[in-house]
Design a protein around this ligand. Structure first.
Ligand SMILES: *Cc1c(COP(=O)(O)O)cnc(C)c1O
Length: 238
């Protein structure tokens, strides 16, 4: 029932309702409201939607497809842009030049290219390492073992700043099942910070429309919400 109603709510109301869910989850998790930020995932959605949300104070937007995102960035250069999609080597230059954050770094080579290609007159590019936390054969990301081995090499690269970890866990129903892989992410971040206190990793990017609450309970600092803000995506454009 609630889903049907949500689909018909205008953008601003859906946005406010996601913000309210985040606040409720923070209360429940006993976390300060400002400890979790919202990344609005605007892939496949028109720039008009982005402008409407920016008028509500939304500053950070996540995009998956390079060509589409570059047009939006040109029109809204004052916003903060996060690349969250799969990265091919031939796309790293444009990503390094146009985004402030990259969540989906899943190979050493990609991080090296981003580092080399980040213009030195810009602040360091913020990087998250994607973890294949449910260890699914079909998914991108480092396994936890690979992550622990490779992270020091990436953290040492110039022009990028390693900020933390990102995951897209296997879909599961129910809060308890959802929390398990997210709890592993929290532990991995803690482990990296304990072995490398000088890194001061401060970002756990996890939680999408379906598992926002579970993610906040497990320490997410950035949730990436698309569908519940913008409505269902046009799957043809996937
Ligand atoms: C599309 C996407 C999201 C948003 O997912 P919703 O379920 O629509 O909220 C979040 N993260 C990544 C990496 C995505 O590709």
């Amino acid at each position: 029932m609630s889903l049907v109603i949500l689909m018909h709510l205008p953008l601003i109301e859906r946005y406010q309702s996601v913000k309210a869910r985040m606040q409720q989850a923070c209360l429940q998790a006993n976390r300060p409201m400002d400890s979790v930020s919202l990344l609005a995932v605007s892939k496949t959605k028109p720039v008009e939607d982005i402008i409407q949300l920016s008028e509500q104070g939304q500053h950070c937007f996540g995009e998956n497809y390079l060509q589409e995102s570059l047009l939006k960035i040109q029109q809204c250069p004052e916003l903060e842009w996060h690349f969250i999609g799969p990265i091919q080597s031939n796309k790293t230059k444009a990503i390094a030049e146009n985004f402030q954050w990259v969540h989906s770094v899943d190979r050493l080579k990609i991080s090296q290219r981003l580092s080399q290609q980040r213009p030195t007159d810009q602040p360091p590019l913020n990087i998250l390492l994607e973890v294949n936390i449910s260890e699914e054969a079909s998914k991108a990301g480092f396994t936890p073992e690979e992550l622990l081995k490779i992270a020091p090499e990436i953290a040492a690269l110039p022009n990028i700043k390693l900020r933390g970890l990102m995951a897209i866990p296997q879909k599961s129903d129910g809060l308890e099942a959802q929390r398990k892989p997210l709890a592993k992410m929290r532990q991995l971040l803690e482990q990296l910070n304990t072995s490398n206190p000088e890194w001061q990793l401060d970002t756990l990017s996890m939680g999408m429309s379906a598992d926002l609450e579970a993610a906040i309970m497990e320490g997410a600092t950035m949730v990436r919400i698309g569908t519940d803000i913008f409505g269902a995506r046009d799957n043809l454009k996937k």
